[in-house]
Ligand binder design. Structure first.
Ligand SMILES: [Zn+2]
Length: 322
């Protein structure tokens, strides 16, 4: 009987689930809204039911699901299979998600931070292959980060959070972040930063008409809507992507200088706005990187789109249960 694993990525907005073979091929794939307002128990139940459906489908196709990898945005306890603190999924705080799923599904379930899962996925399957040292960033509801150093995922002292690049402070007087601090990279360069800034402009009376205002009014404002408004020339939307690029460039300039490495790979849903923020990002790196030869720095877009964290979670599952 063939073996397969499940890879799951739970983000602030969407939950993705995939059945993956040992070569990293996605055999089946599902994406749905996270609906975290339902609470941790409901989310876990829904996920369990989807996993059972995949396990049944695998059996019908003559294969067996041997393990599951789970990437979750936030601080996690890998050993206890527990989400400790998730600014973008607060309902999961303190919830033993992996332990519960392992008990109910009867297969090993390994938990990892979603940005680390992204790094493992890129390293296994795409851009990161063969690159010894690189900085990873994922732009979604929040901003995730990971470090691959000497071909390995950097885990620091295993304190539950590592390479939290999204929570590097780029402006101490800047906007409040979901983590509680002020001026984090995430408060400038995430989907939430985009829609919150639009809401604040409305509250200040600076945005009163036009497509961006209409999206906000219809409660249909997401990163893609801000992107399309920017492409159509909306000045506020363009400024928000300029600010995103500036903040990302500042954070990367610091990291390149501290680590003495030259590669960065940027993924996540909001990286679809690459054409709008990469110019300001490169200018910001040039402005802030004094000690490094800027022409040797390589900042690339992930080629895996939404799939990197899923594949990384699957990779962990193979290491655990394969
Ligand atoms: Zn923060």
């Amino acid at each position: 009987m063939n073996k397969t694993v499940l890879g799951v990525d739970i983000g602030g907005t969407h939950m993705r689930l995939a059945m993956v073979d040992e070569q990293g091929r996605v055999l089946h794939h599902l994406k749905e809204k996270t609906l975290i307002q339902e609470g941790a128990g409901q989310t876990a139940e829904r996920l369990r039911d989807e996993c059972r459906a995949f396990i049944g489908q695998a059996a019908a196709e003559g294969s067996r699901v041997v393990a599951m990898g789970l990437g979750v945005a936030g601080k996690i306890d890998r050993i206890r299979g527990k989400v400790l603190f998730s600014p973008n999924l607060p309902a999961l705080n303190g919830y033993p998600l992996a332990t519960e799923l392992q008990r109910e599904l009867g297969i090993p379930v390994v938990l990892e931070n979603d940005a680390n899962a992204y790094g493992l996925g890129e390293h296994w399957a795409r851009r990161g292959q063969g690159i010894a040292n690189w900085i990873g960033l994922t732009l979604g509801t929040g901003v995730g980060g990971c470090l691959i150093l000497e071909q390995r995922l950097w885990r620091g002292d295993d304190l539950g959070c590592v390479a939290e690049i999204g929570h590097m402070i780029v402006d101490p007087q800047g906007p409040r972040c979901a983590c509680g601090a002020r001026g984090c990279l995430e408060a400038h360069a995430s989907a939430r930063a985009l829609w919150q800034s639009v809401g604040q402009a409305v509250a200040r009376g600076e945005l009163t008409a036009g497509p961006l205002f209409e999206h906000w009014q219809a409660r249909a404002l997401d990163a893609a809507a801000v992107y399309s408004c920017a492409q159509q020339g909306d000045e506020l939307a363009r400024r928000l992507f300029d600010r995103m690029g500036w903040a990302l460039g500042l954070a990367l300039a610091n990291l390149f200088t501290v680590l003495g490495i030259r590669h960065a790979i940027i993924g996540g849903g909001v990286s679809a706005a690459w054409d709008l923020f990469i110019g300001p990002l490169r200018r910001s790196v040039e402005e802030h990187c004094m000690m490094m030869p800027v022409q040797n720095l390589l900042i690339q877009r992930s080629l895996l789109g939404d799939e990197a964290a899923l594949l990384g979670a699957a990779r962990l599952a193979w290491q655990q249960g394969g």
